[in-house]
Unconditional design. Structure first.
Length: 536
């Protein structure tokens, strides 16, 4: 085999494949890793022995993960699902695996290895999978175990004689119905944590937002394959199985874009009818694009059990929407939010308030927009565009000469060009840092979401709305401070404002913690590493 992996001789179907995730530093509570569950079902269908150890979901450290990996017998291969943001934890886990058994091949996949494959190869992983893996995993595992050449397998990266080798991009899986349902080894942990069970009904997105890693992930695919979907019958069969076998009542559809053609109003009717006719009583959360919604689509999905969604509104200014490549315009956004509010769907509104070309005029437009919204929840008014590796916006920033060499986590730093917008950025970021923990605590159970009775969601929504109203009031004061050339220094202004509102945020934290206590919830996220990153 050209990729030098030393392994023992084994019977290909008499083996143990360990599928793992390392711990992850995130301001979100831990959720199941659906990718591992899909890979497990594919491998087991072909007769491979598989163990799943979802370190993030279980909340266990690297030492405990390794103990689980080597429990009973030594695995033949370890497959790790990673992000670039948890590369350090992945490296620590890799090191501990090597300490126990230096010759076990350890391969990695996921968004991190797809966009940063060399970082993972340089870190010591034997091989990185770029893109989807279900259609190549068996060939890859068999090739490693039999010491065959891997050069004909598309979508992988490895080193040969010290040189990084990348095979051609693999073709997408077009028939998602052909993939077996994911094996739910970790479902009892999911239920114990009061998490919704993850279900994926489609892959990709047909939008081309310049900042989006999903678009970058699919950029080499034909346009027709950038969003692929499962049939209603296939989806409903899985929902019925989860509902009848495990008593699952809350689902999180983890699709990047739940509604894309040919999914339309008629599809929503058929989808709702299929769920109702099967007697499946569930509530589900989605991620949708504003320009894909109609009043009838919202009503029918509500009938099926839709109760929570995220919507990437991103910005209220038309100039900013054009700049970041959004297809939905201001009118699409306003209409969709109105329909969702009328239907009582809890909405987490994604915003990108700041990017490299933000102006003070755009900020004023966003203030007016936020002030007009009476239903949505957000993670605070401070939001910024990330310039991730592989995205169109990062290429654009480099072309304009405004992308720095330093990175914030895995995202490139850049300068906000407008001096007044830059002042607003610094003030609002400092403000948000003072209570970001409270925002994360309050919003997580309603947007992740946790499994709660309706009363619990109502209480959380009330807390989130009070936080947003206070933020919007502060937003107005920031713009007035800048536009009127206030004699008070910016830092003095924000420090004074923070002190003035200490009591309010303490009260909101207490209310959120009371809700957690009443419903037995646990928050195990950390302070958002992006908001806490130093500005220098």
């Amino acid at each position: 085999m050209e990729c030098t992996l030393t392994i023992k001789e084994v019977n290909l179907l008499d083996n143990k494949i360990a599928l793992v995730t390392p711990t992850t530093d995130s301001n979100r509570t831990a959720e199941e890793t659906l990718a591992l569950e899909y890979l497990a079902s594919v491998l087991r269908e072909k007769g491979h022995g598989v163990v799943i150890i979802d370190g993030w979901l279980r909340g266990i450290d690297s030492e405990t993960i390794v103990e689980q990996i080597f429990k009973e017998n030594v695995p033949d291969i370890v497959c790790m699902s990673c992000y670039r943001s948890n590369l350090q934890q992945a490296m620590e886990l890799l090191y501990k695996i090597r300490q126990r058994h230096k010759d076990i091949p350890v391969i990695c996949g996921g968004y991190g290895p797809t966009f940063h494959d060399q970082d993972f190869i340089d870190a010591g992983f034997d091989l990185a999978v770029r893109g989807e893996a279900e259609h190549i995993i068996c060939q890859l595992i068999d090739g490693i175990l039999s010491k065959s050449s891997l050069s004909t397998i598309h979508g992988i990266t490895y080193k040969q004689n010290g040189i990084v080798v990348r095979t051609p991009v693999s073709k997408p899986i077009t028939d998602l119905d052909s993939i077996p349902f994911p094996d739910r080894d970790e479902i009892q942990t999911t239920i114990k944590l009061k998490n919704p069970v993850h279900v994926c009904t489609s892959r990709g997105c047909r939008a081309h937002c310049s900042f989006c890693s999903i678009a970058a992930f699919n950029q080499f695919l034909p346009i027709k394959d950038r969003w692929r979907y499962r049939s209603i019958e296939n989806i409903v069969d899985e929902l019925q199985w989860l509902h009848s076998k495990f008593g699952v009542t809350h689902i999180k559809f983890v699709d990047d874009s739940f509604i894309e053609p040919p999914r339309d109003e008629f599809w929503a009717i058929r989808f709702a009818d299929a769920i109702i006719n099967k007697g499946i009583h569930i509530r589900f959360r989605t991620q949708v694009r504003a320009d894909r919604l109609t009043r009838e689509t919202v009503a029918n999905l509500k009938r099926a059990g839709w109760f929570s969604t995220s919507v990437g509104i991103e910005n209220a200014a038309a100039s900013a929407l054009r700049r970041i490549g959004k297809i939905a315009d201001r009118n699409d956004n306003i209409r969709s939010l109105k329909w969702l509010q009328q239907a009582g769907i809890y909405v987490q509104m994604g915003m990108i308030l700041f990017d490299y070309a933000t102006t003070i005029e755009e900020l004023r437009e966003n203030y007016m927009f936020l002030k007009s919204q009476e239903w949505v929840v957000t993670k605070g008014i401070f939001t910024e565009m990330f310039a991730a590796e592989g995205t169109d916006i990062t290429t654009k920033l480099r072309q304009k000469g405004v992308a720095g060499n330093k990175k914030r986590q895995q995202n490139y730093r850049y300068k906000i060009l407008d001096p007044n917008a830059r002042r607003a950025y610094q003030i609002i970021k400092l403000w948000h840092r003072s209570h970001a923990e409270i925002y994360d605590l309050a919003i997580d159970p309603i947007t992740a979401p946790k499994v709660l009775p309706e009363e619990g969601y109502i209480r959380l929504h009330t807390v989130c709305r009070r936080l947003i109203v206070k933020d919007v009031e502060f937003f107005d004061s920031v713009l007035n401070h800048i536009e009127t050339e206030d004699v008070i220094e910016d830092k003095e202004f924000v420090v004074w404002s923070i002190k003035e509102h200490v009591g309010f945020y303490s009260q909101m934290k207490t209310k959120a913690q009371d809700i957690y206590n009443d419903y037995g919830l646990m928050y195990n996220g950390i302070l958002n590493p992006f908001i806490n990153y130093p500005d220098d």
